[in-house]
Design a protein. Sequence first.
Length: 111
Amino acid sequence: MVYQIVCLFILTHTTCGLLSEYKICGDAECESRMSRVQAIQDHYNKDCRFLSFRKGDIIFVYHKLTGKREDLWAGTIDRKFGYFPKHAVKEEEIYAKTEKILETQVHILSE
C-alpha cells in the first residue's frame, strides 16, 4: 500500500518516461479493444504501471508496444489498466479489424 502511494505521488508530480516510442492500436485514438487474452502464467510486478495477474485471468488488450519494447502489451483487468509481458498470455479473440502504428506520448499528470 505504501509503495502504491509513493508511486502515485511520484507519477503525479513528474513526467512519465516512455517505455517505447511506438504503439499498435486498433483505432486512431487507441480506445477500442484489440483483443481478449488469457493469462497462461502468474505475473506479479510492483511497478504501478504494470498489471499483476494470475493464470487464467482475462485481460482486454488496448495497445501493443512496438519499437524498442515489443515485449509489452497494455490492457485492463476489471478497471485496472497497465502493461504486461505478451509472453505471459495467449490471444483468444481478436476484435481489431485494422492496426494503426502511433507514436507514444509523454503525459504530465499534474503540476
